[in-house]
Design a protein around this ligand. Structure first.
Ligand code: 13P
Length: 250
């Protein structure tokens, strides 16, 4: 079964609304007519409106980098799923390793956010990946299995229909180190097995698993030409229209 690849930009904490507007003004014409892959941009919350406005009428889709699981309430500084859909988001990144590392995100909070994102009709990109010490200790497989199993707990295949997974080995994020295409393909196969045991074989066959971690114009083709790699989640190299375009057009 052929799965349409997703090329997603994670802007992290970069770009003011004005810088986001400038990016879109350059990027939209560069990406015009590109339909082979799905293109998603996940800017900081305050840039969503301008990115959504500039993306409207194009094939470019917009995502957020997180959400909170409550519908509304006295939760200062948090953003709900409905706020995201209302602002024009179709996608949301969940459980990014930077959230886990610096902001106390756990497998359990990823699961709570995932349930709410699915319920709201958002397409979640759930991030999993091992840290350097875990890879060196030979426990990558256990870590990925645990992160997936706990994230998926209590969620049905129907609810998770729009979900994608991003395999991001933490040691490859922002370091210039990338997993070899073979290493990534191996991790992806394992994640697909975990998805099969949670949601069934048919679900697992259509699940898109992205790779993230120092994806650049120079290595995009090697990674994306692997059949097990269904897309890329791009940090640093997504911040400039020309380098992101080169990745989109891998
Ligand atoms: P870099 O592409 O900067 O390594 O970041 C990867 C990432 O964390 C995407 O979510």
């Amino acid at each position: 079964m052929s799965r349409k690849k997703i090329i997603a930009a994670n802007w992290k904490m970069y770009k003011t609304p004005e810088q986001a507007r400038q990016f879109m003004e350059e990027f939209v014409p560069l990406a015009a007519g590109h339909t082979r892959d799905e293109i998603v941009i996940c800017p900081p919350f305050v840039d969503i409106a301008v990115v959504a406005e500039k993306a409207s009428g194009t094939a470019i889709e917009v995502g957020a980098q997180n959400l909170y699981w409550e519908k509304e309430g006295a939760f200062t500084a948090e953003i709900s799923a409905e706020m995201l859909t209302g602002a024009g988001c179709k996608w949301v990144i969940l459980g990014h390793s930077e959230r886990r590392q610096y902001f106390g995100e756990t497998d359990d909070t990823v699961n709570r956010r995932l349930k709410v994102a699915c319920e709201a009709g958002l397409a979640p990109i759930v991030c999993v990946g091992e840290v350097k010490e875990e890879r060196e200790a030979g426990i990558t497989e256990d870590v990925l299995r645990r992160q997936c199993a706990r994230a998926f707990a209590g969620i049905s295949a129907r609810k998770a229909a729009k979900m994608a997974i991003a395999y991001e080995p933490v040691w490859a994020i922002g370091t210039g180190l990338t997993a070899t295409p073979e290493m990534a393909a191996q991790a992806h196969a394992l994640i697909r097995q975990e998805a099969a045991s949670a949601f069934g074989d048919d679900y697992a066959k259509q699940l898109r698993i992205l790779y993230g971690g120092s994806v650049k114009p120079e290595n995009a083709r090697d990674l994306l030409s692997q059949t097990e790699i269904d897309g890329a989640l791009v940090g640093g190299a997504s911040l400039k229209p020309d380098s992101f375009t080169k990745i989109v057009k891998w």
